[in-house]
Design a protein around this ligand. Structure first.
Ligand code: URA
Length: 423
């Protein structure tokens, strides 16, 4: 095929054939199709979209670009969760051990954060001793013995996506349903999980701008998974405000441990339990009671064994940032606004996240929220505490919070955190 012809086809809004997509993805992985050509194509897809058949072909071609894993030898049902990312989204931490405490295997191949959304591995790395990278053999062993593993995805899964995602990141072509859906699902299907629950976010901290677009993304991914033989469903969940009361690596681990101890903020508990119920339903355990396993310590027990299996000390003190800055209420009233995205950006500027893939993150940096929308506040009361090792970072973080929150008179209407289930 001629690469420029294929770009012209998408530029005109026509569909690529299955052989054309197979060729393109393979040629791009091998370096025959070059980055500028793929960038032009990604922009044409961004602007003109793809048919359902093309999205499926793209997903399958990206899977075929690398290795496929299998958990067949485990002799256990496997179920995984993927979140489209949000601010304060630490749900994987309590969720994986919670679901595993019912005898289901939970392989969570995770990533690091880039930009304002935190990465699960960055969070866990704030636990002294904990190692993100383990061999495949060790991963299978931990899955068999503990039931849950959260580790770095090997570079062998969907290498075409790895290349394309990095290119999209620098060419303004990330927020596109066909490209997001094929990117996420190629990795999840290649990973070999038997079942998958997607936590697709809507609201100001989410990828897609509107509820309808988030719903379309969820349905596209659910269809891709089920077509490929992975039992897949999705929950559409609220990312209008940060999740829970902490944003930042060690801060979020601390909150996750509170949830595992039977406490924690109600929104984090509600989402953890809803996702666990959905995962257990797909795993054939529709009557399982995850809330009970949080309350009676079964989930905490699995957490401790999961952390220890990767070298971490679950009893160790977590790192604390060297400097704190408290933001107080300028007037009395009710907190009526707390936008997820600017809080995520502020935590990132405090050092919780990275701007380039190779940058380090601070374990202790981030934001502790003392109030959430609907709470009554009194002038002078602490609203949030900013944490960082480098006080020079406070100014830029405070800048991103300007206009991100407001005190008013009437509590805002908030729907339930899980708005809809997509199958
Ligand atoms: N996460 C991914 O893995 N890919 C995307 O395109 C977006 C989010």
């Amino acid at each position: 095929f001629d690469t420029v012809d294929l770009i012209r086809t998408k530029r005109s809004g026509d569909a690529l054939s299955t052989p054309e997509i197979d060729w393109l993805v393979d040629a791009y992985t091998r370096g025959y199709v070059e980055d500028p050509q793929m960038a032009a194509l990604a922009m044409a897809i961004f602007l003109n979209g793809m048919e359902r058949r093309e999205i499926k072909d793209l997903t399958l071609a990206m899977i075929a670009s690398g290795e496929r894993m299998s958990f067949g030898s485990l002799g256990k049902t496997t179920v995984d969760k993927h979140s489209t990312g949000g601010v304060g989204d630490k749900i994987t931490l309590p969720l994986a051990p919670l679901v595993a405490s019912f005898g289901v295997a939970v392989p969570q191949l995770s990533g690091r954060g880039l930009g304002h959304t935190g990465g699960t591995l960055d969070k866990l790395e704030s636990i002294p001793g904990w190692q993100a990278s383990i061999s495949n053999d060790r991963m299978m062993q931990v899955l068999s013995e503990v039931g849950a593993v959260i580790c770095a995805a090997g570079s062998g899964l969907a290498p075409a996506d790895k290349k394309l995602y990095a290119l999209r990141d620098t060419t303004g072509t990330v927020e596109c349903i066909p490209l997001i859906a094929s990117s996420i699902m190629s990795k999840k299907i290649a990973e070999g999980t038997g079942a998958l629950v997607l936590d697709v976010k809507f609201g100001s901290g989410a990828f897609m701008p509107t509820y309808e677009a988030s719903k379309e993304l969820a349905q596209t991914m659910v269809d891709l998974g089920n077509d490929a033989g992975v039992a897949t469903s999705a929950l559409l969940t609220d990312m209008e405000v940060p999740l829970g009361l902490t944003v930042g690596n060690a801060l979020e681990v601390r909150e996750s441990v509170e949830v595992l101890a039977g406490g924690g903020p109600s929104d984090v508990v509600a989402l953890t339990v809803s996702l666990a119920e959905e995962m257990l339903r797909l795993a054939g355990l529709p009557d399982a009671d995850p809330a009970a396993a949080l309350a009676d310590g079964r989930a905490m027990d699995t957490w401790r064994r999961m952390i220890a299996a990767q070298g971490g000390d679950p009893a160790a003190d977590l790192p604390v940032a060297r400097e704190q800055h408290v933001v107080t209420a300028t007037e009395s009233g009710v907190l009526v606004q707390q936008d997820a995205l600017p809080f995520g950006i502020a935590a990132w500027r405090l050092g919780a996240g990275r701007a380039r893939a190779q940058d380090p993150v601070q374990a202790g940096a981030g934001i502790e929220l003392h109030v959430k929308p609907g709470d009554t506040v009194t002038a002078g009361q602490p609203l949030w505490t900013l944490h960082t090792d480098e006080p020079a970072r406070f100014d830029r973080a405070l800048e991103s919070l300007e206009g991100a929150w407001a005190i008013g008179t009437t509590a805002p209407e908030r729907g339930p955190i899980v708005r809809e289930r997509i199958t």
